[in-house]
Design a protein around this ligand. Sequence first.
Ligand SMILES: Nc1ncnc2c1ncn2[C@@H]1O[C@H](COP(=O)(O)OP(=O)(O)OP(=O)(O)O)[C@@H](O)[C@H]1O
Ligand SMILES: [Mg+2]
Length: 357
Amino acid sequence: MAMAMAKGRNCLGLDIGSSAVKMCVLKSTKRGLKLMAFDHAKLPPETIVDGALMDSSVVSDAIGELLGRNKIKSRYTALSVSGNTVIVKKIRLPLMTEEELEESIQWEAEQHIPFDINEVHIGFERVETKNEQGQMDVVLVAAKKDMINDYTTVCIGAGLEPLVVDVDAFALQNMYEANYGFHRGETVVLIDIGHSVVTMNVVTDGITMFTRDLSAGGSDITEEIQRQLRITYQEAELYKMGGSPGAATDEVLPQEVESIIQDKAEDIAHEIQRSLDFYAMNAADSKIDRIAVSGGTASIPSLVRTIERISGVETELINPFRNVSYDERQFSPDRIQRWSAIAAISVGLALRRTNER
Ligand SMILES: Nc1ncnc2c1ncn2[C@@H]1O[C@H](COP(=O)(O)OP(=O)(O)OP(=O)(O)O)[C@@H](O)[C@H]1O
Ligand SMILES: [Mg+2]
């Protein structure tokens, strides 16, 4: 390992989402975190389906575009995967040493992972070393080798060197910890609502209790607008964002669009609630203190309010730059504000260090 890496600096955070690639570069200074770069590049529909890269060259080009126009020198990258082929499970094991765990994890994983063990990459992290029963809790992460390979290949193709492959749920947790911190005795539900995936992570005392990725998000809203108004996907996206592709129909459409957004917001919030109910049913302590949301679709204020109403839990939008300083000559507070919903995961990835394992 090179000296510079041994000393450690922040990885380039690269969040390859189904609607856009987000890139974030942070610098850890004595006075805290500083934003060096953030940018995003849209991906055409169907480029990524169910987390699988359908068109690698489009993604590679988007990454190249981000690196080029921001003159990025960092190469060491942290990226993440998500979706329902990524399994994150907390398991309870008898107390053992790191070496013993290393040796038995493959076998343990086989009991908990519904895929051929030879086709998945297994990661694990000890989250609680010893509980009341003298056992320990380990978070097991399994992702298809093919999928990880596709994601790392696309980065390498764009000239990057992937060092860390994370999952969205943990990137979200790291981002929240750096900006808000976790408090003793508190349970916070972190929810990233993107284009096609909703990532949930229930965190108590800073420890993950439960995670789940749902197949839902902003594309549900766009597709419904497209279907009901018989317009193109691009037009539907524009309407969803509060704009309009043509002036002629302005008067009638906003109301219709508004009611479609509200209907879909209800659906998404109910689906989130079902997962919260499932968590509560299995948890020793099911109290939830707060829900904190991020992701592009969380920019819809009525969605945040709907989640709050249905869950009965105080719900707020996350600011991933809350504890991150930036040069106002380089980034206007206005742009920072506009980026904040989509930036959460990439900020979490940009926190990872080149010298960690
Ligand atoms: N102001 C806004 N109002 C409504 N929707 C928005 C707004 N801004 C972004 N979105 C929607 O947010 C989604 C993009 O968010 P994000 O970048 O978090 O998703 P993603 O990471 O690409 O997707 P995923 O993680 O699900 O694969 C798109 O569906 C986009 O239409
Ligand atoms: Mg995303």
